[in-house]
Design a protein around this ligand. Sequence first.
Ligand code: AMP
Length: 291
Amino acid sequence: MDVFRTAAELAGLDEWRAKAPLTLVPTMGALHAGHLSLVRSGVEHGPVVVSIFVNPTQFGPHEDLSSYPRDEAKDFAALAELGVKAVYAPQVAEMYGADVSASVEPGSRGIGLCSGDRPGHFSGVLTIVAKLFAQVKPDVAIFGRKDAQQCLVIDQMVAEMKLVVRLIDMPTVRDDDGLALSSRNLYLSATQRRQALCLSRALTAARQAIAGGERGVAELRELISREMASADKVEYIEIRRVPNLEPLTAISREKVLLAVAARIGPARLIDNLVLDFAAGVGCDSHLLGSW
Ligand code: AMP
């Protein structure tokens, strides 16, 4: 497995790209089974590059940039074992140079949800994803559905800029008890980890209510809110139409995102469900493309 530290070194990818479509899996490292599921699905389809970069511009001034978990040696070992062709792990100076002036701003899908309590977050995400796309020149990029709004914001950028990259989203990987895997779960004590189960429990309750016929958005938000009462702070509970994230009053024959964010102790956690009612029943659905 090659390890590249600079954009210039990425010329080493040309031979792989000439042979088969090249897939990029962007990450911030501290890899867990969720990240690795994205990587594994890429490796099944051809050569994969994984980027590891803790992107400072997507963190707010009071967020966890300095304490964000980093374990490069462990990440590299896991990726080599999966058959990844190359890792791109640049320093901040390589991605941003001496000053940070040019940026990519999100479109309409970047309004509300996570941008409410993380202003500037999606500008940071899009700026780094655009830089990675320009440098790595992937044919395919894989993202996790866990970051649903991120998927949709990136999709909007790619469509509007007519970038030639195919986007694929993969389902959220969870622990056995339902907690969505996240690098930030490392911040939780055993008690807080139990408390954090309220996010997935609330979504499961909403799914059951929907299966029982509930279609009212106010009713579903109320139900989710009750289930999330044990969170230290609920940041948002949103039920929006996919892909453009318009608010809804009732679910009819459409694809919807049920998304929640909450603070549990030191961690800000998110979780969601993407349900497709086009067929008349809500079933798990993609936000972007599939293989
Ligand atoms: P991050 O390192 O948090 O920036 O995540 C890198 C990629 O892994 C993103 O596309 C995330 O959506 C995805 N990801 C994070 N957690 C999970 C999970 N539990 N299941 C599936 N994908 C995930």
